[in-house]
Ligand binder design. Structure first.
Ligand code: AMP
Ligand code: GLY
Length: 428
């Protein structure tokens, strides 16, 4: 093996991880790529390993057996559970680079209260808030009475994207607060609840890769979270995305950089919180001003399926630099084209759905990239294996052109009860 070439492991199994694999496989610095557990799409670019991303002992075995020198953590769960700390505390693993923050910093996503306190401490614009437990439930009711509807209630901990409630009626808000705190509506995640001011605006997602001191901005994106057209119905993991976001002009992006991104990275340093990995800024544009709705300690999905294809630079080179605290020596280049992605999902999702449906027509896709999410290979056939199944990503001179291309290719793909939104980008 050429000394400069590296074996890399990606943890996760979604469209985000397929997009990482697609890009890392193009790197001149890659030797072998492994994905744990991966999906039918990641198989094209590396070796899928039957290892659960939160089974740290099994990850250790895999890393040592395969001489892996860099681990990219896709989802938040292993980070919040401390996979990076596990590596640092293990004599055999401590020199393996892990892209993804340690457990303490992962609370930026894992605890809404932690994130709010961080933002207030570092003067980062966000909604006014207070947090409550069942010891001060009555004060929670009183706080709600001081607010105007709609009321925003957030479970403090991770609740699989379901922990935020937005309610129009005061009594309903009080009842839900009680459900969350007293009856643990979201389990231990809602032992604490953040109540915050409702912000009215349009949302976008911004991303950086940081080594804790320097950072590079990644392309921004807008995702579509609701299952139904016109942003109606239940929340999903995400039904589509576009990049760049047309309303985020240079002036607005400069505000985000000055008011949000820089103070966040500097705030981590001031607080002595090491951070290697991605920071996902969920931003809402209120008037002309950015406010932070949430942090995530990982890349977004399906945002990654439009962000990664727009990066021109060698992504693995940037990841290695983040691992080595060398990011200040790197610049990142983007492609000029827009990218969009449209998610094909199983009928019934985000509620109950069936798996194991044969996916037809993928071979006929032209000039789009199918990023697999919930797929697996059974008897040499690609079948559905999750709610979100495949993200169809395309480039275009603008997001409309890109969307046209994705929708054209989607016509060729089918599986039983396939569903997708036909109006991605409708509000732009
Ligand atoms: P979060 O999990 O914090 O990102 O919240 C999920 C979604 O709820 C966000 O993407 C927003 O659409 C909405 N949301 C969260 N907080 C607020 C807020 N303070 N005002 C208005 N909408 C919000
Ligand atoms: N698409 C939103 C997220 O990844 O959290």
């Amino acid at each position: 093996m050429n000394k400069r070439l590296m074996n890399v492991l990606i943890l996760g199994s979604g469209g985000r991880e397929h997009a990482f694999a697609w890009k890392i496989a193009q790197s001149k610095l890659l030797n072998q790529l492994f994905i744990a557990p991966g999906n039918a799409g990641t198989l094209q670019f590396g070796t899928n390993l039957d290892v659960n991303p939160t089974d740290f002992e099994s990850i250790k075995k895999t890393v040592l057996q395969n001489n892996i020198k860099l681990v990219v953590v896709g989802p938040e769960d292993p980070l919040v559970k401390g996979v990076h700390d596990f590596f640092l505390n293990d004599a055999e693993l401590k020199n393996v680079a892990v892209i993804g923050p340690q457990k303490y910093a992962a609370q930026l996503e894992g605890s809404k209260e932690f994130a709010k306190e961080f933002m207030v401490r570092h003067n980062i614009p966000t909604a006014a808030y207070k947090s409550f437990t069942n010891h001060n439930l009555k004060e929670g009711y009183q706080f709600l009475e001081t607010l105007k509807p709609p009321y925003v209630l957030k479970a403090d901990g991770l609740a699989a994207g379901k922990g935020v409630l937005i309610l129009n009626d005061l009594q309903e808000a009080k009842d839900e607060l009680n459900e969350m705190l007293t009856n643990q509506k979201f389990g231990t995640a809602s032992q604490k609840v953040v109540i915050e001011e409702f912000l009215d605006g349009i949302e976008l997602s911004c991303f950086v890769l940081t080594d804790g001191k320097s950072y590079v901005n990644l392309p921004n994106a807008k995702d579509y979270k609701r299952i139904g057209e016109g942003d109606a119905g239940l929340n999903t993991g995400g039904m589509g995305a576009v990049s760049p976001v047309p309303f985020a002009n240079e002036e607005f992006m400069r505000k985000i950089e000055e008011q949000v991104i820089k103070p966040t990275v500097e705030g981590l340093q001031k607080d002595n919180i090491p951070y290697k990995g991605f920071i996902f800024f969920g931003i809402i544009k209120v008037g002309d001003e950015p406010k932070v709705i949430e942090y995530n300690c990982r890349m977004g999905d399906p945002e990654t399926e439009v962000v990664i294809p727009r990066i021109k630079s060698d992504f693995l080179e940037l990841l290695i630099a983040a691992g080595n605290n060398d990011l200040h020596t790197k610049i990142i280049e983007f492609k000029k084209e827009s990218a969009c992605t449209v998610m094909l999902v199983s009928g019934g999702y985000p509620e109950d759905y069936e798996k194991g449906k044969i996916i037809n027509g993928l071979d006929a896709v032209e000039n789009s990239i199918p990023f697999h999410a919930g797929t697996t290979l059974i008897n040499n056939e690609i079948v559905t294996n999750g709610g979100r199944v495949i993200a169809i990503t395309s480039y275009g001179s603008d997001f409309n052109q890109a969307l046209k291309q994705s929708y054209k290719n989607i016509e060729k793909i089918s599986f039983e009860k396939m569903n997708y939104r036909k109006d991605i980008g409708f509000d732009l």
